[in-house]
Design a protein around this ligand. Structure first.
Ligand code: FE
Length: 176
C-alpha cells in the first residue's frame, strides 16, 4: 500500500497577510491513500497543479517512485506489476492520485510496459518534447503534479494510433 501525506488546498488570505500566496499547496499533515483516486480540481478551466519541494517528494515516494516520477527515470521492461494486468479499473498517478488511464484503453504492446491508446481525459496528461538519449520523443507527465509517466508514440492501435508507454511504478491501479 502506498500512502502520501497530502491535502490539496488553496492558500487563502489570512488576516490580510500573504495576499500573493494563492497557489495550491500540499500540506504534509494529512494522510491520503493515493492508491485511491483523487479527482482533479479546476481553476479557470485548468487542472489546479500541486507542488511539493524535492525534499518532500523524497519523503513521500519510494526510491523507485522518486527516480521515475521526479527524475524522469524508466523502469526495466517487464519488471513492473501492471504490464500484464487486465483487471477493470482506473490507473491513477502514483504521485498525486489523479486518474490518468482506464483499463478500457489498455492493450498488450509486447513492450513490457503498461500501454494505453488514450488518456482517461484530454487534460490529465501533459506532453513535453524529450530529446534525451539521442532520441526525439514526446514525454508524458501527470498534468497535476508533473510526475513523469512515460512517453507517447505514434505506433499504437486504432482508434487513435497512439501508444502511451507508461511506467508501472508511476501508476496505482484502482479496481472498479
Ligand atoms: Fe500526479
Amino acid at each position: 500500500m502506498k500512502y502520501l501525506a497530502i491535502i490539496l488546498a488553496i492558500a487563502t488570505c489570512n488576516s490580510g497577510q500573504n495576499t500573493s500566496k494563492l497557489e495550491p499547496v500540499y500540506a504534509p499533515s494529512v494522510s491520503v491513500q493515493t492508491d485511491s483516486l483523487v479527482p482533479a480540481e479546476y481553476a479557470n478551466g485548468h487542472i489546479v497543479p500541486v507542488k511539493l519541494s524535492d525534499e518532500d517528494w523524497k519523503k513521500q515516494l519510494t526510491e523507485m517512485e522518486y527516480y521515475v516520477l521526479r527524475q524522469e527515470g524508466t523502469e526495466r521492461a517487464f519488471s513492473g506489476d501492471l504490464w500484464d494486468h487486465h483487471a477493470h479499473g482506473v490507473y491513477a498517478c502514483a504521485g498525486c492520485g489523479l486518474p490518468l488511464f482506464s483499463s478500457d484503453t489498455k492493450f498488450d504492446s509486447g513492450t513490457g510496459w503498461p500501454s494505453f491508446w488514450k488518456p482517461i481525459t484530454e487534460d490529465c496528461i501533459a506532453d513535453k518534447s524529450d530529446t534525451s538519449h539521442g532520441m526525439d520523443r514526446e514525454e508524458v507527465e501527470c498534468a497535476r503534479c508533473g510526475g513523469h509517466q512515460g512517453h507517447v508514440f505514434s505506433d499504437g492501435p486504432p482508434p487513435t494510433g497512439l501508444r502511451y508507454c507508461i511506467n508501472a511504478v508511476s501508476l496505482n491501479f484502482v479496481p472498479q
